[in-house]
Write a protein that binds this ligand. Structure first.
Ligand SMILES: Nc1ncnc2c1ncn2[C@@H]1O[C@H](COP(=O)(O)OP(=O)(O)OP(=O)(O)O)[C@@H](O)[C@H]1O
Ligand SMILES: [Zn+2]
Length: 459
């Protein structure tokens, strides 16, 4: 059985062959920590968690290294810090914002059933690596200093006659068209309108570090260089998989490739580039700027994290998802059923019928269809669900949480059921039906069997 993954660069599904099967390496762009993450931001986190789990299953837990960064230097962080903590020095305020947001992010993605990555590097702890890459780029003639900025020149990259990839290859754009289409109000320190910032001067009070390339003024990094530096430090110059949302292909990933390949004279940065499609609301990308977003935190008040996770995985990661209430309700019903059948059953190995579709570019909808087919084999269902990051709770915990969320008083339900049982034994079916209807109106479904009457919250 081989794993096949769609690669954005070659635009085809290819057999995945790790550079080193004892050390399979994956980098995924993580959050900029300035606010609660929305459910769209959860998509790459969940999708690449499934891939991480699959790779661990295939190559062994100790042989997969997953790096997801935390961007803790950014204008949006500075703005938020100044707004929320106006009395504090900016540096302290920034630390508060990034600490608090980082904690919220972890609580959210833990609840979604995601494993922590092997390493979660912070941008501010890798300024030295960023400076080193920038120095190399300047020395190689790919970057230049202007007005205390360091700029990368895509045109210099494409003019270099060497092993380097072509700037624009990942996003399938031509540099000439980019030049023609670029805005006219370009920053005065740029030689060409396609040049992008590697390093910039800090304004007074902003976070700042000693600058590279002989610049006397203190400064701070651009966004793209952060990921090149952290990926290099933790995974090396060349590694297996790089992922993120489809909106990161250009310019972020195109620029990462440019920086890393030019700094280390490489043909490639990652062997496979993977990008998830958008989570949408009424046909539009969920995003902060459009204001059509709902945070993971808000959703978790109404739904168990595993319901959100299942709902996300019902769509293959490259297709858009329309996020609807109806679909969430169906996902909740499915999980209720799986919890009842499989949560307390000792797992066997995950079923081949579930693994196979996952090996085909993470075809999770088909894997979910296979899970439905395993209902008669609780042990295999249990093992397969666990592989996908479900069943973190026992059946009783799951049911208890549902009861709590419903506001139904369990004691009162038990009392009514006892009354109904008494009515039934004296053959007062009018009274027993009345109690059943009363329970139904409270949102409680009952089931009679030889062992007695059981109940659950009806979704
Ligand atoms: N609606 C979405 N669907 C799927 N992935 C998304 C969506 N919005 C953002 N992402 C992904 O979430 C990750 C974090 O992105 P980023 O930090 O740029 O989010 P953001 O700027 O808060 O998002 P936005 O401003 O677009 O709401 C990236 O991998 C990005 O591709
Ligand atoms: Zn990145």
């Amino acid at each position: 059985m081989e794993l096949r993954l769609y690669d954005t660069l070659s635009r085809e599904k290819r057999t995945f062959v790790p550079l080193d099967a004892n050390n399979v390496r994956m980098y995924v762009c993580g959050p900029t920590v300035y606010d609660f993450a929305h459910i769209g931001n959860a998509r790459p986190v969940i999708v690449f968690d499934v891939l991480f789990r699959l790779l661990r299953h295939l190559y062994g837990e100790a042989h997969v290294k997953y790096v997801r960064n935390i961007t803790d230097v950014d204008d949006k962080i500075n703005d938020r810090a100044a707004r929320d903590f106006p009395g504090l020095p900016l540096n302290e305020a920034i630390r508060k914002v990034t600490e608090q947001t980082g904690k919220q992010f972890h609580a959210d993605v833990d609840a979604l059933g995601c494993l922590r990555p092997t390493v979660e590097p912070r941008a501010t702890e890798h300024i030295g690596e960023m400076r080193e890459i920038i120095e190399r780029l300047v020395a190689g003639g790919f970057a230049y200093v202007a007005e205390d900025h360091v700029l990368f020149s895509p045109q210099a990259m494409n003019a270099a006659n060497s092993v380097l990839p072509r700037y624009g290859a990942l996003s399938n754009r031509s540099l000439d068209e980019m030049i023609a289409g670029a805005r006219v109000d370009v920053a005065p320190y740029k030689k060409d309108n396609t040049d992008f910032v590697l390093w910039k001067p800090s304004k007074p009070g902003e976070p700042s570090w000693p600058s590279p390339a002989g610049i006397a003024a203190q400064g701070r990094p651009g966004w793209h260089i952060e990921c090149s530096a952290m990926a290099w430090k933790h995974l090396g110059e060349h590694f297996d998989i790089h992922g993120g949302g489809i909106d990161l292909v250009f310019p972020h990933h195109e620029n990462e490739v440019a920086q890393t390949c030019c700094a280390f004279h490489r043909e490639r940065m990652a062997n496979t580039w993977m990008h998830n499609g958008f989570l949408q609301v009424e046909g539009e990308k969920m995003s902060k700027s459009l204001g059509n977003f709902i945070t993971i935190h808000e959703l978790l008040a109404d739904w168990p994290g595993e319901v959100l996770r299942l709902n996300m995985l019902k769509t293959q990661y490259r297709s858009p998802i329309d996020w609807t209430m109806k679909s969430l309700e169906e996902s909740a019903k499915t999980l209720d059923d799986w919890y009842r059948v499989a949560a307390d059953v000792a797992p066997t190995e995950p079923a081949a019928s579930v693994i196979e579709p996952l090996l085909d570019d993470l075809n999770t909808p088909q894997a979910i269809t296979a899970l439905h087919g395993l209902r008669g084999d609780a042990a295999a269902l249990s093992g397969s669900l666990r592989l996908l990051g479900f069943l973190a709770e026992s059946a009783a915990q799951w049911e208890g949480r549902k009861q709590q969320a419903s506001g139904v008083d369990a004691k009162e339900v038990e009392r009514l059921i006892a009354e109904r049982t008494a009515a039934r034994s004296r053959k007062d079916f009018k009274e027993s039906d009345r109690i059943r209807d009363l329970l139904a109106a409270m949102g409680v479904a009952i089931k009679d069997s030889k062992e007695g009457t059981t109940w659950e919250i009806a979704r």
